[in-house]
Ligand binder design. Sequence first.
Ligand SMILES: [Zn+2]
Length: 335
Amino acid sequence: MPADATTAAARARALHADALVWDAHSCLPLKPDADFDDLLRHRASGVDYVSINVGMDMNPVADVIRVIAGFRASLAARPVDFVLAGTVAELRQAKRDGRLAVSFDLEGSLPLAGDLAMVGLYRELGVRQMHLVYNRNNAVGGGCHDLDLGLTGYGRQVVAEINRVGILMDCSHAGERTSLEIMEVSTKPVVFSHANPRALVEHGRNISDAQIDACAASGGVIGINGVGLFLGDPAAGTPAILRHLDYVLQRVGPGHVGIGLDYSFGAVGEDVPDGGDAAYWWPPEAGYDFATVRFAEPEQFPEITEGLLTLGLDEGEIRGVLGENFARVAEATWV
Ligand SMILES: [Zn+2]
């Protein structure tokens, strides 16, 4: 290996170890007794914080609450490895202590059961990031795999309540019109925790330039997703992730880009509750086939840092992409 390549690899390793590394979305099996040893793969890959899904629009509220209870107990039982973090200061402290900081996200607003007061309750339980819609229309607005009729009057109330109690507003999985309307009315920066540019891969789950621009204009961050189907690379390789990162970097600048790999530790199809219809939530015509779809793995995080060094960013900008951009938005939101 030439000397400059060795130097570049060493520089990437040092930067990766020192930077705050933020994975904006990952999924353990939606079971109260899910094995938290899985998350040690994040820590071993230099990740300092990960947002873990606790339920989607398809999951009944009672199941979501049981999952939160189980996950909280698992985290509390492993104080050497994990901390349930509620503030950016807590997750920075966790990094200094060598622990992985975790908080929860909801993929959809049906777990609110139509009651605005539930937003604050979920926050008390550890939820720090929330979609309003998951693929299909609900009482709040339109999903990305449905006929998007826009944000409803109730939806506007939900946005206001999420702003008020201090949860990161996440437009991933929402329809284009609904997401643009959410970003219009939100008083805080809005994120796409895991969504890729549609300009590179035409897929309903990917987002348009207008959505990317509106997210950046809100002060928010677009987290690049590691699902092969959305990357246009069945192998979900790091070069594809870097292509998507670079597109958003070129479009809206390094202050509005992050990473939400969306790695799923379990079989995604098993998260559908009894009696649920996987084909409704993940339409086969959109290419969903969880037997073959690949997810980028946490172990790719160090490779991403190495790749970012080749994209012409300075060190501060790379730290932004790796975690400081999401941290900035969380600091402005989790108050
Ligand atoms: Zn998702």
